[in-house]
Every structure is written in C-alpha cells, then in structure tokens.
Design a protein around this ligand. Structure first.
Ligand code: TTP
Ligand code: MG
Length: 358
C-alpha cells in the first residue's frame, strides 16, 4: 500500500500578500486587476465569505464585497515561496510531482526521513512550511492520488484529512460522480443520462457497459469506483501542451471577430502557463467549422513563449494567413506545445517582434 500526500497552499497568492502586508490580515483581499476586463486570480478566506472566488470577473467580486481590496499579482514573490515549499518536500521524498506553484503530490511510502506514516509526515510538512514561510497549507493523505486530492479538498484552510484504505470504498460510494477524477461536465451529463449519480451507482455498472458507453475511459471509471488508482507520482512529468478554447453561441466567419475572440483566450492561456511555470515554442491554432471538421495550424518560434501578447500575435498571424474562412467557424482554440520549465529558459521577451523559426 502506498502513502500519497496531496499538499495545497491556502489562498496562495492572497496569503503571501497578507503575510507581507500585515495591515491586510483579516481583511477581504483579492489578487487580480479590478478593471472591467479584470478577473480575480484568488481571494482571501475573508473575501470568500462574500462569495468572491477564483476566475470571477472583478466587477462581480466588487459587487459582492464592496470593501474588497484588489492587489496586483507578484508572480516572482509567489514563485520564491513555491521554491521554499518544494525544498521542504524534498527533505522527505524525491517523488514529488508539482501540479502548479502551490500544489503537489508526494509519494512518502519510503520517506527519506521521519516516521513511516503519511499522517505524521503531513503534520511535519505543515509545521515546517509555516515556520519557513509563514503560510498555511492543507494536506490530504491516502493510498492513491485521487483520494489524496479529494482529502485535501475536504478541510480547507490549514487542514489535514486522512482517507484510510478501510474506509475508502464506503466513502467513494457516497461521492457525487462530478468529484471523480476524469469526470468533467460532459462526462457527468452522460453519466446522469445512464442514471449514474454517485459512486455507488458507478460501482453497480459492469465493465462491459462502462466500456461500451465511455470507450477507453470505461475501465478507469470501473476501477476508480472501487478505489483503484495506480497512477504513480511522477517527478518528471512533462505536460506536453496547455490549451484553451471557446465555442461560439453563433458561428463566426469574420477574421477580425475571430481575432477578437482570441484575446481573452490567450490571456487565460498565458495565465495558466505562468501558474505552471511553463513556456513553449510551438503555438497551435485550432478551428472547428460548422460541419464539425477540425483543422489545426501551428508555428514554431525561436524561443519559448509565455506572455499573452506574443501568443496572440502568433495565433492571429496563423488565422490571417493559413485558415480558410469560406465556412463559418463554431469553435476557436489556441494552445502552446513543446512545453519546458520556464524558470531555466531564456524566454521571448515581452515587447519584441515575434521571431519565427520557420
Ligand atoms: P488554488 O490552489 O486553486 O487556489 P488558492 O490556493 O488561492 O486557494 P485554496 O485555499 O482554495 O487552495 O490556486 C493556487 C493559485 O493559483 C491561486 O492563489 C491563484 C492562482 N490561480 C489563478 O491565477 N487563476 C485561477 O483561476 C485559479 C483557480 C488559481
Ligand atoms: Mg491552493
């Protein structure tokens, strides 16, 4: 039986700000731009009481909480704390897999130091992070990734939740299927259509039926309903690409309207790259036409990109020069591929003409 932890910082960006500016402690704080096009990146727990949360338009957040204090993001400060926290993980295990700046899985089945107990190691890590950074983290402990992550989500902030192997099956049976790893909104809707609403419903299905309904994912759902998740904690996991897309309410055919639709998408994409500390050289534009036919167009840059302006200019260039618009478009997407850790790379500088390698 493995011992897996999932560790996630509490209100990460906001907590760093409250730590560094004591006058903000105990107050509703949001990190993000306050303007009409701004979004909240995260909110302090004081602000969450008003219903303010991540990815919410700043205008809505300010309506819900008029005293809300907006602060600009200081990514360098957050990265620095993230490095300190990862160094603490490294004292216990080499098997840690960061998911973003503030979140990681750790396999502590055979810890480098300390007791052979996931719970006790989680306690020590929480304590050391607090001492070294002044920040609180929430930890989940179980025997697989899926349950460790669920556990950490159950008791925030500053929580520690353990899901023991003995209790896992009974716990899984009560879970709404939306909580299962690999079940997004579309799959959830298809499960509902089959009358599957919770873990117990999922467990009642045969492997054959699940495979017939969900193809290659059927076996995964069959196993996860039984508490089986063998995914290893992979310290070298490389994400191959990060992408975002949007489907239009009404199909578009006009190049400038399509270019405009790319703006918020590239903002979002850049934010995700930054949060994962990744950058990539390959920018890919995806178009789905009214007849559901999909095309992709790509270009390779000299240096990896992370900033929205460069991704946007590159995507627009592809749109203008390489996309047939004789049929209306129902979906547009943009992704960055060939990803590498941004920290160690010379990136395309922010304000410079895009250099194309091709
Ligand atoms: P989360 O761990 O999702 O959020 P959090 O740490 O702020 O709060 P919680 O206590 O619920 O864990 O994300 C980590 C950081 O990533 C967060 O502080 C800000 C950033 N972030 C964004 O920039 N945009 C987003 O949409 C989300 C969800 C997070
Ligand atoms: Mg967090």
């Amino acid at each position: 039986m493995r011992r897996i932890l999932h560790v996630d910082c509490d209100a990460f960006y906001a907590s760093v700000e409250q730590r560094d500016q004591p006058e903000l402690r105990g107050k509703p704080v949001a990190v993000g731009f306050p303007g009409p096009r701004g979004v909240v990146m995260t909110a302090s727990y004081e602000a969450r009481k008003y219903g303010v949360g991540s990815a919410m338009p700043s205008v809505t957040a300010a309506q819900r909480c008029p005293e809300l204090i907006f602060l600009p993001a200081r990514m360098d400060a957050y990265r620095q704390e993230s490095r300190k926290i990862r160094a603490i993980f490294a004292r216990y295990t080499d098997l840690s897999e960061p998911l973003s700046l503030d979140e990681a899985y750790l396999d502590v089945t055979q810890p480098k130091q300390g007791p052979p107990s996931g719970t006790l190691i989680a306690k020590r890590i929480k304590q050391e992070v607090l001492e070294m950074t002044g920040l609180t983290v929430t930890a989940g402990v179980s025997y697989c990734k899926f349950l460790a992550k669920l556990a950490s989500g159950m008791n925030k902030p500053d929580g520690l939740t353990v899901i023991e192997p003995d209790g896992a099956r009974a716990f899984i049976a009560t879970l709404p299927i939306e909580a299962f790893f690999g079940v997004g909104p579309k799959t959830a809707a298809r499960m509902h259509a089959q009358g599957i609403r919770c873990g117990a419903d999922l467990e009642a299905q045969t492997l054959e039926d699940l495979e017939a309904w969900f193809g290659k994912h059927g076996r995964h759902f069959y196993q996860i309903a039984r508490g089986i998740d063998d995914r290893p904690v992979n310290p070298n996991r490389e994400r191959k690409s990060i992408g975002v897309e949007t489907t239009f309410l009404n199909d578009l055919q006009d190049v400038s309207e399509l270019a405009k639709a790319l703006e918020p998408l590239t903002d979002k994409l850049s934010e995700r790259l930054e949060r994962s500390e990744l950058a990539g050289r390959v920018v890919v534009l995806k178009i789905k036409y009214r007849d559901f036919c999909i095309i992709t167009r790509r270009t390779t840059l000299y240096k990896p990109v992370q900033q929205p302006a460069l991704i946007l200019t590159t995507a627009i260039r592809l749109l203008q020069t390489d996309v047939d618009l004789s049929t209306p478009v129902r979906l547009i997407g943009v992704s960055v591929q060939d990803l590498q850790a941004a920290g160690e790379l010379p990136l395309q500088p922010r304000l410079q003409f895009v250099e194309f390698a091709e």
